[in-house]
Design a protein around this ligand. Structure first.
Ligand code: OGA
Ligand code: MN
Length: 291
């Protein structure tokens, strides 16, 4: 039997199943996953138990090129808990203990509670994120997604015309500051300078137009900063209305795959200094990464 695709509602969000994705997918399955992603933008797979890191990486690599090196530095972070090729999105330190209130890493993680796409602060954008649930808290910690192609389609024609050629500037340190992360250190700033991306893009897999927005976007190139900030805020508010959203309630072992080129997501709160939440992310890129 081939890949099954069960939409969660309309044209945004689907559950995929019917095949064992803990083995490298064959060409047909790979093509079916990409087709489902191009249509629904967020797909989840629910095997019932956590996938091993190696299998997670094999699945991600079958869908596109991946990072060879970390894309930024957090001062003081020791990262030995899981494979360096996976993003550690957990609230657990390298001694397998809950992180403490005020730790730089937990403050950094809370930045994920603002609407964003992954890695818009990098010139080589993220395509798919594959987030795998190894431990989930008893309450809270859902993840919300919003459909930026549908949001673009629903914009008034005058807004579409106004934003067509604009370029936004994105920085990881901008979004962290907005979420209460302290002043970045010199080594943090140097590890990932800002970058720029068009605000309206054509999604390669579907040919549909989409907004390309994130909490990382600080202003519009060539515009006074405050005006750009207002526009970005208005677009973000428009694009995150309930009618464009899917909310994922995690079960142990779930892998959610989202397309960062046409969606935003955010983590919802949970008691992160009380309950363990062990999530691990593999991220594919638009272009191969050499170093
Ligand atoms: C991510 C992310 C949100 C969450 O892994 O990129 O934003 O709910 N996660 O863990
Ligand atoms: Mn994210």
């Amino acid at each position: 039997m081939g890949l099954t695709v069960r939409p969660v509602g309309g044209e945004f969000g689907a559950e995929i199943g019917g095949v064992d994705l803990s083995r490298a997918p064959d060409a047909t399955t790979r093509g079916d996953i990409v087709a489902a992603m191009d249509r629904y933008a967020v797909c989840f797979y629910r095997p019932g138990r956590a996938m091993a890191d190696n299998a997670h990486l094999v699945l991600a690599k079958s869908l596109g090129p991946m990072d060879a090196t970390p894309v930024f530095k957090i001062t003081g972070r020791v990262k030995t808990r899981i494979s360096p090729q996976l993003q550690d999105v957990a609230n657990i330190d390298d001694k397998d203990e809950l992180m403490k209130e005020g730790s730089r890493v937990i403050l950094f993680r809370r930045g994920d509670r603002l609407w964003h796409c992954d890695m818009s602060f990098h010139p080589n954008r993220a395509v798919y994120s594959l987030l795998s649930a190894h431990e989930i808290p008893p309450e809270g910690g859902d993840t919300e997604f919003t459909d930026l192609r549908a949001a673009y389609d629903a914009l008034p024609a005058a807004t579409k015309a106004r934003i067509e050629h604009l370029v936004a500037v994105h920085s990881i340190w901008y979004s962290r500051a907005a979420a209460g992360f302290p002043e970045p250190t010199a080594e943090e700033l140097e590890s990932r300078p800002p970058t720029r991306h068009k605000l309206v893009q054509t999604h390669p897999g579907s040919g549909r137009k989409t907004l390309y927005l994130a909490s990382h976007a600080s202003h519009i190139e060539g515009w006074p900063e405050d005006e750009g900030r207002v526009l970005l805020k208005e677009l973000k508010e428009f694009a995150t209305q309930g009618r464009f959203m899917y909310r994922h309630s995690w079960r142990l072992g779930d892998i959610v795959i989202w397309d960062n080129r046409c969606t935003m997501h955010r983590g919802t709160p949970y008691e992160d200094t009380r309950y363990r939440r062990d999530m691990r992310r593999a991220t594919t890129r638009e272009a191969a990464v050499s170093a």
